[in-house]
Ligand binder design. Structure first.
Ligand code: UDP
Length: 427
């Protein structure tokens, strides 16, 4: 049992905003993958921001796309000489259950945003805003996603200019969820969405930017790996190197349809005997729904030796994800809704073809004839996966075209340049 002092320490931790300390990273390192003039442009765009204090706030330092992006972007901002802090909003399981419900509702699911849930969300944001007040004044505050969106409403004098960065697919939101969030985000000086189609009509009049996310080719998740290491990791996880492998690498989330992936895999196996499936999932700290979903997947796959359910808790870290994306014959991303889906660009960067749901930010990563196939139904998903498993030359051509497309549009240097332009315009 916890004694009183433990309880008060825990309460204190729940109020604190954890600072993620990251060493500056020299942008020149990216000359390994992009032209020198790209780096020069970053330096030019950073110049007017020298001396400005910038704060990035999100809800988790670990798990999911937003923390992946910040983990790579913040060191690069610092490498450009900018004063950028990254703070993580604390939260209780009850708070994150509400914010996950709100997230799902903004992507179109039903969620009863009761007065108690609204109050929990708002009062916690109020507390976090008060804690931020002790940190001095920032010139720019960038707030990511709905979890901390209300801190702007409760913050007097914390930031001079505020940006709300929405990473989710809000093209078909639940009207009640949108009506709740809209007055809170309308107070920001700029809103950033991944696609124009995600911008709700109610927010069209606000200052707006469309900026797509990107992958970091020098992160452990995307660095080149020697074949021996790839083989070693995948075999260690229990996967045979002598048989074809399909993977889906995603949080365990209903929008990513992992149960649908299992069904597709079983139908593919009837036509391509020997094929294996890896479901690699990361348990994000702000996603309580992931645990229930993992249990469901485990129940469904317990007696199926061809399916490997792997997580960061069973040793599949960033290098492990990298190895699986490289070792797979086909990567699936059978999403029903998807803000962007970094995993698609991550896989394409490795030349691995992808079969993915035609939704949200995925199609921009895989235009017709590039990277693999977009699908609308489970049948199509089965057909296209079988096709790629059988025609390895076509699979390699699609993967290679995908890699070129990612190089051109979805590397972190492009994202950093877009963000520097936005921050420069606000400063
Ligand atoms: N990821 C990971 N380990 C896993 C599963 C996913 O590191 O077991 C990473 C994945 O490589 C990607 C991020 O989590 O970088 C997920 O981002 P994405 O945009 O695809 O989806 P989100 O989780 O933000 O909805």
């Amino acid at each position: 049992m916890l004694d009183d002092s433990c309880v008060s320490v825990r309460r204190e931790e729940e109020r604190m905003l954890h600072r993620v300390d990251l060493t500056p990273k020299d942008p020149d390192l990216y000359r390994r993958v992009v032209d020198a003039k790209v780096i020069a442009e970053l330096e030019r765009l950073a110049a007017p921001l020298q001396g400005a204090r910038v704060l990035q706030v999100n809800a988790t330092a670990y798990g999911g796309g937003v923390s992946t992006l910040l983990r790579s972007l913040v060191p690069l901002y610092r490498g450009l000489g900018l004063d950028v802090d990254w703070r993580v909003m604390p939260g209780t399981p009850d708070f994150f259950a509400v914010t996950k419900g709100l997230h799902n509702a903004l992507q179109g699911a039903a969620f009863d945003l009761t007065p108690e849930r609204r109050e929990l969300y708002l009062s916690h944001n109020r507390e976090v805003a008060a804690a931020l007040g002790g940190e001095g004044r920032y010139d720019l505050v960038v707030v990511h996603d709905p979890q901390p969106a209300a801190i702007r409403h409760f913050s007097d004098g914390v930031g001079a200019r505020w940006v709300w960065r929405c990473h989710i697919d809000t093209s078909h939101p639940d009207p009640a969820a949108l009506a709740f969030l809209e007055p809170l985000v309308a107070q920001y000086d700029a809103l950033v969405y991944t696609m124009d189609a995600f911008v709700p009509a109610e927010l069209r009049g606000r200052p707006l930017r469309i900026i797509a996310p990107a992958i970091d080719p020098l992160s452990p998740k995307s660095l080149p790996l020697p074949a021996e290491l790839i083989a070693g990791i995948v075999e260690w996880a229990g996967v045979s190197l002598d048989r074809p492998l399909i993977s889906q690498i995603s949080r365990f989330d209903p929008w990513k349809d992992p149960l649908g992936v299992i069904e597709v895999f079983r139908r593919v196996r009837e036509r391509v005997p020997g094929v294996q499936l890896a479901l690699v999932g990361q348990m994000a700290l702000d996603d309580p729904q992931g645990w229930a979903m993992l249990r469901q997947i485990q129940d469904e796959t317990r007696d199926d030796d061809d399916i490997h359910v792997l997580t960061n808790f069973t040793g599949i870290d960033d290098v492990g994800v990298n190895a699986f994306q490289r070792a797979s014959s086909v990567v699936l991303q059978k999403s029903i809704r998807e803000g962007f889906g970094l995993v698609v660009s991550e896989s394409l960067w490795k030349g691995t073809p992808v079969v993915a749901g035609r939704t949200g930010g995925i199609p921009m990563q895989m235009p017709e004839g590039v990277g693999g196939y977009l699908v609308d139904t489970a049948e199509e998903c089965v057909e296209r996966t079988v096709e790629l498993l059988r025609d390895r030359a076509a699979a390699a051509r699609l993967g290679e075209a995908g890699r070129r497309h990612v190089r051109e549009h979805f590397l972190i240097t492009r994202l950093l340049a877009d963000e520097l332009r936005l921050l420069g315009s606000l400063c």
